[in-house]
Write a new protein. Structure first.
Length: 305
């Protein structure tokens, strides 16, 4: 056994000279992505797939898109890279909600634009992708482990909405819930990002749009969920309910109730909100920050005429 171990050690040392920069067998490495909150890595539960864009570290040129390791969506193999400085930007769960643009220019022009519109209108579809984003600068060095870790940021917002009526709803069929004032794009250049704790969050680009979700009645109530890009403290959408081409509510500015309930999106790394609307017979609307309340036990969010 001792002889076998000695021979094995000699073979390994002879085949990989740690002092020789030209020895490519020692030139390995990888990037591991995590989504850690409260000491727990949520990546396996929240992120299905990653798109990873590699840039040169000196002039920010786009080099290529790197695949993740088969069976390990959190891992990117870097062993084929030459020695030098690089940047790697990842977008998780990107399907059909939008596109990554600006690759033909440089990392400073990299951006995301939502393009999944609701039935050909200018409004975005309310059910967007649950996006995650991360960026890392790193240096590959021959003879080193070249192991790196990137923490992803949650760059989408969930808004669950329930709508009830004091009496009966106006009718059966499809209703439409509209959010006005949601962002359509991100600037993915990390140099323009905003820090929040140990994470960075991308700046916004493009314009504010509406987002629309169709919903049917279930037990005389509407239940739906919007997935959009994140809100900010100053840019919080308004909501309106439609039925049969007629507005069932006025456009309700949610900024006031967010302030009342102590919801400040800029300081919230994971944006998940609930909103319960009760429409009275006179057309006024009562809001609550929970979907579990009943008609008689509302948390006061104000009444909107």
């Amino acid at each position: 056994m001792r002889l076998l171990l000695t021979v094995l050690a000699c073979v390994l040392l002879a085949g990989c000279d740690l002092g020789d920069d030209r020895d490519l067998c020692c030139y390995r490495g990888g990037m591991t992505y995590r989504l850690t909150y409260d000491g727990y890595d949520y990546f396996p539960e929240k992120v299905d797939h990653l798109r990873c864009f590699l840039f040169s570290g000196d002039d920010g040129r786009f080099l290529r898109e790197l695949p993740t390791v088969p069976g390990r969506p959190e891992r990117v193999d870097l062993s084929g890279l030459e020695e030098g400085d690089y940047g790697l930007i990842a977008v998780g769960n990107l399907d059909d909600y939008g596109e990554v643009e600006g690759l033909e220019e440089s990392v400073r022009s990299l951006r995301f634009g939502a393009c999944d519109f609701f039935r050909g209108t200018r409004a975005l579809a309310g059910g967007g992708d649950e996006l995650y984003w991360g960026a890392k600068r790193f240096r590959m060095e021959a003879g080193c482990a070249n192991e790196f870790v990137t923490e992803l940021s949650n760059v989408h917002c969930h808004l669950k909405v329930m709508v009830e009526w004091e009496g009966l709803p106006p009718g059966s069929g499809s209703y439409y819930l509209q959010l006005s004032g949601v962002h359509e794009g991100y600037d993915l250049f990390p140099g323009n990002a905003r820090p929040l704790g140990e994470r960075i969050f991308p700046a916004y680009t493009g314009e504010l749009r509406s987002s629309v979700e169709e919903s049917g009645l279930l037990s005389l109530a509407l239940r739906t969920e919007f997935v959009t890009l994140r809100y900010t403290n100053e840019e919080i959408p308004s909501i309106r309910v439609w039925y049969g081409g007629r507005a069932q509510t006025d456009l309700i500015d949610l900024k006031r109730v967010f302030r009342l309930w102590g919801w400040y999106p800029d300081s919230t790394p994971v944006q998940e909100y609930e909103l319960h609307l009760l429409i009275y017979r006179d057309g006024s609307v009562q809001l609550s920050p929970s979907l579990d309340v009943g008609v008689n036990d509302w948390t006061d969010g104000g009444t909107f005429e």
